[in-house]
Design a protein around this ligand. Structure first.
Ligand code: ZN
Ligand code: ZN
Length: 395
């Protein structure tokens, strides 16, 4: 159990995570870390099986704790098919079922996902529905959802987060994670950059709609993001410190979400814009972009909107709210340029519609809803799309 006493109205936060291990050689500690489990079901895809899953399964087999493994045969999407695959492969195909009763089929006692975003989300939801505890062995510092309690899933023609549970264990072996494809590592930085605008949206919601706010969690997330920005150059040489800072940032935000009971610590308008693009890509049958890259691009848009609002507004309180973030927005731009973080959406119409959808997709207050109420959203959106194209894609 992770716990924190707090100054917010909740006074005390907790999340049912037994252990978080981010270090060199963490995988070797899996058998002892999971010693209370004896029928562990390992889930991976072909890539993650190759980089870590096979070794994880071998270690658990040697210690007598492995039930069996399932390796997704192709690309995995966070959808019903993937959930079905895990549920189907969780138990044996032939056993002496008692036909007229729900006598339990011999299921594993633990699901261990080996992978990053999709594997984690699919294992989380499957585990929750099967009532089996689960853990995640990370293979890439690519997205912030490791510690969160919800799984963003594609279903019914949309993408929505289904509440489930946090993993009991989060293991990241820096020797493995630091070797992830560079595009996944930079996407991870992109996902962290979105925390600035996400937290600032949360501050606006606190002041305008009286939404629940936890200053301690927000501060932890901001500090973790600052560390990622400060160390991000080291990512080019795959420095373990840089990778550690990204993973730690994910854990801080993931725990923040579990503590706060909402996704405010991790995401704001920049994420909703990214989710819209993802839906558009999926609907068009195109390969989805990395979540973190879309978030980085969404962050550029939302931070430029905040910047302009800061310059134009007569509202002294709003100005004071935005001011401390301005240097952080400079850091975001530097970081994206230095690391060459991919900005995947270059179509002006899609960018523009993303900003409008960022307001409409969710019933959650932030800068876009503020502009909508002022009757300025369309104008700001068009301006921000043009700015992005001029500053980032015309060179
Ligand atoms: Zn709190
Ligand atoms: Zn994210």
């Amino acid at each position: 159990m992770q716990e924190m006493n707090c100054t917010c109205e909740k006074k005390h936060h907790c999340a049912p995570i037994d252990a978080i291990l981010i270090e060199d050689g963490a995988i070797d500690k899996l058998p002892s870390l999971l010693e209370q489990y004896h029928r562990i079901f390992v889930v991976a895809d072909q890539n993650t099986w190759r980089v870590a899953g096979e070794r994880v399964a071998a270690l658990l087999f040697a210690s007598g704790q492995l039930s069996h493994s399932f390796v997704f045969p192709g690309e995995v999407l966070p959808n019903a098919e993937a959930i079905g695959q895990v549920v189907i492969h969780a138990g044996p195909f032939a056993y002496d079922a008692v036909v007229d009763s729900f006598a339990p089929c011999p299921l594993p006692d633990f699901i261990l996902g080996v992978g990053s975003g999709v594997i984690n989300d699919v294992c989380r939801l499957s585990s929750f529905r099967l009532r089996l505890p689960y853990g995640i062995c990370a293979t890439a510092p690519s997205m912030d959802g490791y510690a969160s309690a919800g799984s963003p899933m594609l279903f019914d023609g949309t993408k929505a987060t289904i509440k489930a549970t946090t993993p009991r264990y989060i293991i990241a072996d820096l020797n493995v994670v630091s070797e992830a494809p560079m595009a996944m590592c930079t996407a991870g930085v992109g996902d962290m950059l979105g925390k600035y605008t996400g937290i600032l949206d949360w501050e606006m919601a606190r002041d305008v709609t009286g939404e629940y706010w936890c200053g301690q969690i927000a501060q932890q997330v901001i500090e973790a993001t600052d560390r990622v920005v400060a160390l991000s150059e080291g990512l080019k040489s795959r420095s373990h410190d840089a990778v550690h800072s990204i993973l730690e940032g994910f854990i801080v935000t993931g725990l923040g979400m579990a503590y706060a009971g909402c996704s405010r610590p991790a995401s704001g308008s920049e994420h909703t814009i990214g989710h819209f693009w993802e839906l558009e890509y999926v609907a068009a049958g195109r390969k989805p972009n990395f979540h973190g890259d879309e978030v980085a691009e969404g962050t550029l848009l939302v931070s430029s909107i905040y910047r302009r609002l800061y310059n134009e507004t007569d509202d002294a309180h709003l100005k004071a709210l935005i001011a401390p973030y301005l240097p952080k927005f400079d850091g975001v731009e530097r970081c994206i340029a230095q690391l060459g973080i991919c900005l995947p959406v270059q179509d002006r119409d899609l960018i523009y519609r993303g900003i409008l959808a960022g307001e409409a997709l969710r019933d959650r207050y932030g800068v876009l809803k503020y502009l909508k109420a002022q009757g300025q959203l369309e104008e700001y959106a068009a301006w921000a799309a043009d700015q992005l194209l001029a500053n980032w894609f015309s060179k």
